[in-house]
Design a protein around this ligand. Structure first.
Ligand code: DC
Length: 216
């Protein structure tokens, strides 16, 4: 039996990993999960219940009751507030444990899947035959995110965006539970000097090489 084509796309915020991962999913006809949405939904759920983001047990309760089927294109999940809340609750081991089965089940479907996040290649699907770690300098990522947010009418200064990105990187990479780290067998894709088309082509070549290597 051939192994499922699991494509793990990890990396920091605004590296391009989300766009790359969703386009890979379309290209290969695979289901796709943006795992950041799970953490964003939990963070916003904690805020909606008026609990504190410092309250681990409140965050674990929200994570356990999360219905992934209701994760919609809710624009509130894409705000800076949701990203910050997600990063805060993502450090709680109980939250990560509550979201583990759902992500692993999606990853290990017979045909495979594409998942993007921070710990896909290290924790969720260490057996994935194709792993990418997508990154770019903090300055370039902050500029991308700033253009995206101001383009849809949010008022935010570039300097604040950069500080936000740097703080989030430190928190995501510095936590004890499943920190953001490049898996040993992941291919690094630095998109600093690339537009999205160039980055996607490079990502597809990495996946093609992995398919050949694994006979998929
Ligand atoms: O990829 P994103 O910006 O939507 O992720 C939001 C936050 O969620 C991120 O700062 C850290 C957390 N996260 C995580 O810890 N593990 C994942 N697999 C995905 C996201």
């Amino acid at each position: 039996m051939t192994r499922p084509l699991i494509i793990a796309v990890d990396g920091p915020a605004a590296s391009g990993k989300g766009t790359i991962a969703s386009r890979l999913a379309r290209t290969y006809g695979l289901p796709f999960l943006d795992t950041g949405l799970l953490y964003r939904a939990v963070g916003m759920g904690v805020l909606a219940s008026r609990a504190s983001l410092d309250d681990e047990s409140a965050a674990v309760a929200v994570a356990r009751s999360l219905d992934a089927a209701t994760l919609s294109d809710d624009p509130r999940l894409m705000t800076g507030e949701a990203g910050e809340a997600a990063s805060r609750i993502a450090g709680y081991p109980g939250v990560r444990a509550a979201l583990l089965d759902l992500q692993q089940a999606l990853a290990h479907q017979p045909g495979g899947a594409v998942l993007d996040g921070r710990d896909i290649g290290t924790v969720i699907a260490p057996d994935a035959p194709a792993k990418l770690f997508v990154t770019a300098t903090a300055e370039v990522r902050a500029m991308r995110r700033w253009k995206q947010l101001t383009g849809r009418g949010d008022a935010i200064a570039y300097e604040d965006m950069l500080a936000d990105i740097v703080r989030r990187d430190e928190r995501d990479a510095g936590r004890g539970a499943a920190p953001m780290v490049q898996a040993d067998d992941a291919v690094l894709l630095d998109t600093t000097e690339m537009d999205i088309e160039t980055a996607f082509d490079a990502a597809r070549r990495i996946v093609e090489a992995a398919r050949v290597r694994n006979g998929l």
